[in-house]
Design a protein around this ligand. Structure first.
Ligand SMILES: [Zn+2]
Length: 414
């Protein structure tokens, strides 16, 4: 049976003493990262090849000999800092290769940033309600409480990361879970993801479902902007500046938590409330969406901001994917090219700039843009996978429901 990897992020509450230890350790990881980055940049400048993760990892023992403070950090955690640098380089090269000329080289990490520490396979202990991490800075145990609702078997947990974000601390546990076997039960649900309606879905019965996006950012962003502008007027690092900074972080945290929470709840409902075992979504290319230059300039600014906020749409798909796998369903991503332009009835391609919300085709098909899009996705999935029974049933149902609404639905050539 295949298994899947899931991550659970849990907030921890270190004491001031523990917090100091965490920062000391994190600082060492940050420095190793920066040293390694400097070495790579140097090598590049002087045309030296062969500096990579392996060589840098092999240098670690020597560094520890000369600078014993690097032994404070659990050795695998230090190695992981180098690995994350390697990963940053890889993603940079991949982006460049795919034509993203604006991709940036990895940068040096500033002093104020807590570097995430990753314990891979070892260096941590999990007991009911508790998690402990190894370190050699001092005798202060790095032991944290985990709420009872999270029960983990130590053997399941493959990796634990300690991170800090806006002066809160978290552990993220990556664990493996066995898949429920998936059976195609002949029922499908196609989902179009968008900005105003986060979900427009159609099922095999031809029934539509539309869910409006909750936009906590619309409520919080003006507040954040206001605090920011008050902060800008203060002297940097003054008492007032610090207070305003704290408030700003709090607002940002609330905004992010509310967005995430909404997505968690909605994805769970979608997966649980459908009888379909197969959910179909379009493959998102958020980068492309944000750069869409077919939008007239005055409208582009707002749209860019909106799509960037919906960078979280990618996360939503991720939620759908793992939540469906957990219950023996599947979320499948398929190519959504032209799905908004193609008339689902006759297949004709229309020019559908993003502000045009209704498609009206010569063939008589008049339909909301998002609805059309999810129907196209459904048709595409079923035909590409030769699910001909499902395909026929879906179209029959769809035509039937369309007729009930007294919409003129022209016949389709098989
Ligand atoms: Zn048409």
């Amino acid at each position: 049976m295949k298994s899947m990897k899931l991550t659970q992020k849990i907030r921890i509450f270190p004491t001031p003493e523990q917090e100091a230890v965490l920062w000391k350790l994190s600082e060492k990881c940050r420095l190793i990262y920066n040293f390694a980055l400097a070495e790579r940049r140097d090598a590049y400048k002087h045309g030296i090849s062969g500096v990579n993760y392996r060589t840098q990892q092999n240098d670690l023992p020597l560094i520890k000999q000369h600078f014993p403070e690097y032994t404070w950090v659990y050795s695998k955690v230090l190695q992981y800092a180098l690995r994350s640098l390697a990963a940053d380089y890889e993603s940079f090269f991949a982006l460049r290769k795919n034509g993203h000329a604006d991709a940036c080289l990895p940068r040096f990490k500033g002093k104020q940033y807590f570097t995430t520490m990753v314990y891979n396979q070892s260096g941590f202990r999990i007991k009911p309600g508790k998690i402990t991490f190894s370190h050699k800075y001092n005798d202060m145990p790095l032991e944290f409480t985990i709420p009872d609702k999270f029960s983990f078997d130590e053997k399941q947990v493959k990796q634990v990361a300690i991170s800090s974000y806006r002066s809160q601390y978290f552990v993220s546990l990556t664990y493996e879970l066995e898949d429920h076997p998936y059976v195609d039960n002949g029922r499908y649900q196609a989902i179009d993801l968008g900005i105003t309606h986060i979900v427009t879905a159609v099922n095999s019965k031809g029934k539509f479902l539309m869910v409006k996006n909750q936009r906590p950012d619309k409520y919080w962003n003006p507040k954040i902007a206001e605090v920011q502008s008050r902060k800008d007027k203060c002297k940097k690092f003054s008492k007032r500046w610090k207070l305003l900074n704290k408030i700003k972080h709090k607002y940002e945290r609330k905004r992010d938590e509310q967005t995430r929470d909404f997505q968690h709840k909605l994805s769970r409902k979608l997966v649980e409330n459908t009888r379909a075992n197969t959910l179909i979504v379009g493959e998102l290319d958020v980068k492309h969406m944000a750069q869409s230059n077919k939008v007239p300039k005055p409208m582009r600014a707002g749209l860019n901001r909106a799509t960037q906020n919906s960078g979280s749409l990618g996360r939503f798909v991720h939620f759908l994917t793992y939540k469906s796998r957990r219950v023996g369903k599947r979320t499948i991503e398929i190519d959504e090219r032209n799905s908004t332009k193609e008339c689902w009835v006759c297949g004709k391609l229309h020019c559908m700039p993003i502000w045009k919300r209704i498609m009206s085709c010569d063939c008589g098909n008049v339909i909301a843009r998002d609805k059309n899009s999810c129907v196209v996705l459904m048709k595409r999935y079923l035909s590409q996978n030769a699910k001909w029974t499902g395909y026929r049933v879906f179209l029959d149902n769809l035509r039937y429901t369309a007729k009930c609404k007294t919409k003129v639905s022209p016949p389709v050539g098989s």
